[in-house]
Structures are given as structure tokens and as C-alpha cells.
Design a protein. Structure first.
Length: 251
């Protein structure tokens, strides 16, 4: 990919500073994967959850394409409230990031931008700046998704030779919980981009990858709110080298 033009750079700087966040694609910007590690048991997390929804919901045609992943960790569950969206797998994923970023411990709310940057997830100004910075970095892997019945076809092409795994996330919007206990007791919390499933579907071979995978929603998932996000991630650094998303297509 070619380097962004000066006009694209100026547009992204303006977006980071003053423009409402949008997931709509800017053809001059790379798609950006935004992971939020959060918990319904954490009183500092609702503002970060709201920011994640804002990143996903504004559709004014400006800014980079933002692919959101709301990843609910389980280590808050023993403090008065069990987050029904949490999993030990997502807690382990966050711990891997903590090692990569050389952090003393995990924390919530934490956002990880394209596997490159980590920061407190309710700092909107800083989050916008990091997303804009990530969007200016060309990704070496192009990913194309398409549906064929209940199978998702994934095609990845790139020039890179480094080891990278390909991950598939199924996310759901429009979720909420009436929290009865814990730090958020008495509040109704709303979530966007909640990761319902995250799995490795393969790895790049000299920058190439192709497969067809079956996506089977659980009975309590709302099909019209589901989306699939597929991204390639460098095994050593954690950097996202390519990403794409597609709404779920019921059979």
C-alpha cells in the first residue's frame, strides 16, 4: 500500500481532534481493531463501554474504519457480580497483552489499538489520537470476507513473511444487563461489540491464507445484531497486520 497523502493525514488529524468518531471507511486509512477489556463489575468501565459504542455507532462517513471488540474479563466476578459475558479465555488474552506491553498487571478498562498501543479505555481524547495514528500505518495483509450459506469464506493476501495467526471474532450489539450487586449495583449497563466467540482459524503462510469456516450462533444471540471480525495478528509483537468485518448473514 502507498503512504497516506497529506490531505488524508490532515483529515485524520482533524478527526482525532474534533470530529465525532465514525466506523465508516476512509479509503486513505487502514481499518483499525479496537479491543476493550471491560467488566460489569468494574465501576470505571461504563464510560469506556459507552465510548466503544460511540466508536461503532457514528456513521457520518468520516474517520477510519473501526472494528470494535468488547472483551469481558472474568477476574472481577468474585467481587459481588458475575458478568455473564465474561470468560477466562479473554482474561488470558489480556494477560498476554500485559506481557507484550511489559505492564505490571492487567486492569480495566483497557483499550488495545491494533495490538500496537494500550491505554485507559475511558480517555476519549487519547483513544482518538491512538486510533488516528494506527489508521495511518498501512497494513501488509488484505482480508476479504464473504458468505456462502452458513460458511464464511476468508481470503487473506499480503507481502509479509513474519508469522501471524488469523483470528475470528463473533460480536453482538444491543446487549444490556441490570446489575444487581457489586460496584455497579442498581445500574443498567449497555454494551456494543461484545465478543461472543473468539477463535483461531489458521495462520498466514508467506502472507497468504484461505479457508471457509462455519459460524453457528447460540440460541440466545440476536442474529440481526451479530457481526464477524477477522484479523491477522503477528505472533511475536501482537500487531494487527490486517482486518475486515462483515454483518452476520442468517442461512
Amino acid at each position: 500500500m502507498s503512504s497516506p497523502s497529506l490531505s488524508a493525514l490532515a483529515a485524520l488529524v482533524l478527526w482525532a481532534a474534533v470530529v465525532p468518531v465514525s466506523p465508516a471507511a476512509n479509503p486513505s486509512a487502514s481499518p483499525v481493531v479496537v479491543e476493550l477489556f471491560t467488566s460489569e463489575g468494574c465501576s470505571s468501565c461504563p464510560p469506556a463501554d459507552a465510548l466503544l459504542a460511540k466508536l461503532d455507532a457514528s456513521r457520518n462517513g468520516q474517520g477510519p474504519a473501526i472494528l470494535i471488540l468488547g472483551e469481558h474479563v472474568d477476574y472481577w466476578n468474585h467481587l459481588g457480580w458475575k458478568d455473564r459475558f465474561s470468560s477466562a479465555e479473554l482474561s488470558r488474552r489480556q494477560s498476554q497483552y500485559a506481557q507484550r506491553f511489559r505492564l505490571d498487571s492487567v486492569y480495566t478498562p483497557q483499550m488495545v489499538i491494533d495490538g500496537r498501543y494500550e491505554l485507559v479505555g475511558n480517555d476519549e481524547s487519547a483513544v482518538r489520537q491512538k486510533i488516528a495514528a494506527a489508521a495511518l500505518k498501512s497494513k501488509e495483509t488484505s482480508i476479504v470476507l464473504s458468505w456462502h450459506g452458513d460458511k464464511l469464506t476468508v481470503e487473506a493476501h499480503g507481502s509479509g513473511s513474519r508469522a501471524a495467526e488469523v483470528l475470528l471474532a463473533v460480536t453482538e450489539n444491543g446487549l444490556s444487563s441490570a446489575v444487581a450487586h457489586g460496584e455497579n449495583g442498581g445500574r443498567t449497563l449497555r454494551h456494543s461489540g461484545v465478543v461472543r466467540e473468539l477463535r483461531r482459524i489458521g495462520s498466514l503462510n508467506h502472507g497468504q491464507f484461505s479457508t471457509a469456516v462455519t459460524v453457528k450462533p447460540q440460541t440466545d444471540w440476536k442474529l440481526e445484531q451479530l457481526r464477524v471480525v477477522v484479523f491477522a495478528q503477528d505472533v511475536a509483537s501482537g500487531e494487527v497486520t490486517g482486518a475486515a468485518a462483515l454483518d452476520f448473514q442468517p442461512v
